[in-house]
Design a protein around this ligand. Structure first.
Ligand SMILES: *Cc1c(COP(=O)(O)O)cnc(C)c1O
Length: 404
């Protein structure tokens, strides 16, 4: 069977999303005749610069920021690194206290680990069973030497939305810079950096139906950060290197479309998501929703299934043309399940039996029906051959359960 004769459905939009045709169209001239360097003063350069500044306006509008406060980067990872290291290590500082959570993206957690090695103190707040950070606990953790709070707007695995307004209010009242990783949240929930009290915010284009390798960091006027890239002084000196003009144009268009179509797109995602969340427990015995029932991204459904190994489930679904992802990261050489699922209090075995389905704007009701038709059969087939089947109580063994 060839791939083209098979139905293919993509439910892995939190990993990456398809570049929209309008986005690609907007980018193409910047690979061709409009190839100028945005720093050049001739007409080629001025054209590139003007288009880039229009893109900056669109990105700013998506989060209600001032366009002058948007710094283009190479993606969400760089934005997170620049926010954390840039604020913490301003003017060579090597000590101070940073508050984050245990379920952040590795771009945050690994940056924090680096900062810890340099000399900073890091507090990683725990989360509830649904993945929520407790804002009151965060407030109690603030110290005299706290230099930054970084809490993600919404989690990339389980979709839980954090109480960012409340955290923003607390941070503002204490005069501590507040960064949020909004890579998954942007375009999926309303974000207003002014109302929500955010000082820094990370975005990534490819999670928003834009191209890969481009992102943005919002840095509110007056927030002091140290650049990580030293060079020609692009992006107000905060991010040297000739701008990725085609990528930035793509991000700008993706942001423009996300804002323009916000209501119909998110309404539809929510209704598709709710269908998945309502139907799976009816169709599949011993299936459980991970994350928060209502405080969750409109495009995220995350389940765990008893007696199922996540990677096997992904491969069987892939065989039916359905692209999804495991909740566990049983990636190259690692048997460690996802740090996010463990932080919820799941056992290794429970974490390994997880499935993440994340929707994008092209998904339809037919896609969801196709999934709901295929999933129960796949799960029961896997359970028949499962090494974890009924004889063994769940949670009895810890670790090492990533059986292929
Ligand atoms: C994908 C992702 C990132 C990294 O973005 P890249 O553009 O791939 O570097 C950071 N944070 C979150 C929450 C993400 O989902």
């Amino acid at each position: 069977m060839t791939a083209s004769s098979k139905r293919r459905v993509y439910f892995d939009h939190s990993a990456t999303s398809q570049v929209l045709p309008e986005v690609l169209e907007a980018m193409l001239p910047f690979f061709r005749e409009r190839f100028g360097n945005a720093s050049s003063i001739h007409s080629y350069g001025r054209e590139a610069k003007a288009s880039m500044e229009l893109a900056r306006k669109h990105v700013a509008a998506l989060i209600n920021a001032d366009p002058r406060d948007i710094v283009f980067t190479s993606g969400g990872t760089e934005s997170d690194n620049l926010a954390l290291k840039g604020v913490a290590m301003y003017k060579g500082r090597t000590e101070g206290h940073i508050i984050t959570s245990v379920i952040e993206h590795p771009a945050i957690l690994e940056s924090c680990e680096y900062l810890e090695r340099v000399g900073f103190d890091i507090t990683k707040l725990p989360v509830t069973r649904e993945g929520l950070v407790d804002a009151a606990e965060l407030e109690r953790t603030i110290r005299g030497d706290t230099v930054l709070i970084s809490i993600m707007a919404a989690n990339n695995e389980i979709g839980t939305i954090q109480p960012i307004k409340e955290i923003g209010r607390i941070a503002q009242s204490k005069g501590i810079p507040f960064h949020t990783d909004a890579v998954q949240a942007a375009g999926k929930m309303p974000i207003d950096v002014k109302k929500d009290g955010m000082d820094l915010l990370s975005l990534s284009s490819h999670k928003l139906h834009g191209p890969k390798g481009v992102g943005a960091l919002y840095v509110k006027k007056g927030i002091k950060i140290e650049p990580m890239m030293h060079g020609g002084g692009h992006e107000h000196g905060l991010r040297s290197s000739t701008e990725n003009v085609p990528g930035i144009i793509g991000l700008g268009k993706a942001a423009e479309l996300a804002k323009r179509d916000f209501e119909p797109v998110t309404d539809r995602m929510r209704s598709l998501r709710d269908k998945i969340i309502d139907r799976i427990p009816q169709l599949v015995e011993r299936s459980y929703l991970n994350g928060h029932r209502t405080n969750r991204l409109v495009n995220n459904a995350h389940f765990r299934f008893d007696f199922i190994e996540g990677e096997a489930l992904i491969l069987q679904l892939d065989f039916k043309g359905i692209a999804a992802s495991t909740g566990s990261a049983c990636s190259t050489g690692s048997l460690e399940p996802s740090h996010v699922l463990l932080a919820l209090g799941l056992t290794h075995e429970q974490a390994h039996g997880s499935l993440r389905l994340t929707l994008g704007r092209e998904n339809t009701y037919e896609d969801v029906d196709y999934l709901l038709e295929a999933l129960p059969g796949v799960v029961s087939k896997l359970r028949e051959i499962s090494p974890f089947n009924e004889e063994r109580p769940m949670g009895a063994s810890e670790g090492g359960s990533c059986v292929h």
